[in-house]
Design a protein around this ligand. Structure first.
Ligand code: BGP
Length: 475
């Protein structure tokens, strides 16, 4: 049972969760710069201005902006073949609508990519990972306004050109699929994706339908643009998928589960088939939701099909069912699965679910897939000798890799890489904590802002190093 020698082993990070340097070298205010630290119990607060006495984790991150060379050297020591990074839009166009790009921002990412290439690490670049300039929300109303698509394309063009010949793999967006007008959303979910709080949104369903359509269209146009700038570019989109299982074989519950899962797929359908799906348009029409679709949009969808699918997978759930109203909800919707263990943050642990979803999307779209995120958020304690024996993390990743091998070798899924979230501890997106750690590399930083920022290899560092060395055969 072996994987292809070109399999991309590595990890994934996002700018706003690691870079810090939130107002250095011309960076503008990004939406995540206004989100305070929360916890599993207390939601992150989204403030209108920066308030004294509150902690905003993106402002300092893990200081990756200044430490990237040392950090990349550690990843190279582990044998990394690929690292997925994101470009913070507000570093390139601080307000989003400027004429000229901020040269210092562009240079930062050029030198970051050069550093990766120096170590023979393939850069995989996400163009939008929750890093929208705040000005575009305030002045234009975020993605509900089509002008934001043009600003986004200008930003994409700047980066495609600046990194031409160096970056082969691009992702247009991270996890836009959490936006669907048919589901109730939490403030943090609509905010991280579009800079708007769900509770304050006027005409919620219509706004979400427009935002989601415009982002899907923006992705198609960005694919087209990237191909025209360099035909060698491979351009995908990243989706966070959490399969919802039926609770039992009652056909009503099976149908409920089917419907719940389908909320996640209409944008992927559009990006893979080259057409915004008819079933979604009919659904909108029945509910009085309107979209302004032009002939130019239709051409953009047809010409902007993605080359690969990026899959973020952490967990599965059980679909809502008759009589289950009082069950404990999961963060991503659905209820807890009694057959599975949960992480300390309540995310159920389901390695087989990864094989299932890989098969499902591969057979539905016949496109290559890369696992762009997977990992365990856990509390790591230093033992008396200062070591971190994170056996739970090793166990989690090992079980997921076993399922990937089955999906590839036994089920013939074309999966070309596995990137863990995140190879180095960084700020949690949903809670803003440092305490929720994912890394093979420990960062000495704590939720109260203290810590030396020193890096330390955990036990999993050496374990993953060997996994890569053996191309996944020694787990
Ligand atoms: C994904 C996001 C990442 C990352 C991850 C883990 O949905 O793309 O940015 O943060 O989830 O979530 P958290 O950091 O909340 O544990």
């Amino acid at each position: 049972m072996t994987l292809n020698k070109t399999f991309l082993w590595g990890g994934s990070i996002a700018a706003h969760q690691c870079e810090g340097a939130w107002n250095e070298n011309g960076k503008g205010l990004g939406i995540m710069d206004l989100v305070t630290q929360g916890s599993h119990e207390t939601p992150r607060e989204i403030t209108k201005t920066i308030e004294q006495g509150k902690i905003y984790p993106s402002h300092t991150g893990i200081d990756f902006y200044h430490t990237y060379k040392e950090d990349i050297a550690l990843l190279a020591e582990m044998g990394f073949k690929a690292l997925r990074i994101s470009i913070d839009w507000s570093r390139i166009y601080p307000k989003g609508d400027e004429e000229k790009a901020n040269a210092a921002g562009v240079e930062f990412y050029q030198s970051l990519v050069d550093e990766l290439l120096k170590h023979k690490i393939e850069p995989i670049v996400t163009l939008y990972h929750f890093e929208l300039p705040v000005h575009l929300v305030r002045e234009y109303g975020s993605w509900a306004n089509r002008r934001v698509i043009d600003f986004y394309l200008k930003f994409c063009k700047t980066m495609y050109e600046a990194l031409k010949g160096k970056v082969r793999y691009w992702a247009t967006f991270n996890e836009m699929n959490h936006i669907d007008p048919q589901t109730e959303a939490s403030d943090i979910f609509t905010y991280i994706i579009a800079g708007l709080k769900y509770s304050e949104m006027q005409n919620k369903k219509q706004t979400l339908a427009t935002i989601s359509y415009n982002m899907t269209l923006a992705s198609a146009k960005a694919v087209q643009l990237g191909h025209s700038i360099d035909a060698a570019n491979k351009i995908g989109c990243v989706f966070g998928l959490t399969p919802a299982y039926p609770i039992n074989c009652n056909p009503i519950n099976v149908m409920n589960a089917f419907k719940e899962n389908e909320h996640e797929f209409y944008q992927i359908d559009a990006m893979c088939t080259g057409k915004f799906p008819r079933y979604k348009l009919c659904e909108y029409q029945e509910q009085g939701l309107t979209l302004d679709i032009t002939a130019d949009d239709e051409r953009a969808f047809a010409d902007g099909r993605i080359d690969f699918i990026g899959l973020n997978y952490y967990s599965s759930s059980v679909a809502h069912y008759e009589g289950g109203e009082n069950d404990e909800e999961t963060l991503f919707g659905g209820v807890q699965n009694p057959y599975l263990e949960k992480s300390s943050w309540g995310w159920s642990i389901d390695p087989v679910g990864l094989r299932y979803i890989l098969n499902y999307i591969y057979r539905r779209y016949s496109l290559p897939i890369i696992i762009t995120e997977n990992g365990l958020g856990a509390v790591d304690e230093l033992d008396k000798d200062g070591n971190i024996e994170d056996n739970y993390r090793i166990e989690y990743i090992k079980k997921h890799i076993e399922q990937i091998r089955k999906a590839v070798v036994e089920d013939h899924v074309d999966c070309f890489g596995y990137l863990t979230w995140a190879p180095i501890d960084l700020v949690s997106a949903t809670t803003g904590e440092m305490r929720k750690r994912y890394g093979f590399i420990y960062v000495d930083k704590h939720d109260d802002g203290t810590g030396s920022l020193a890096r330390k290899k955990k036990k999993s560092f050496y374990w993953y190093q060997n996994v890569i060395k053996s191309n996944g055969s020694e787990l």
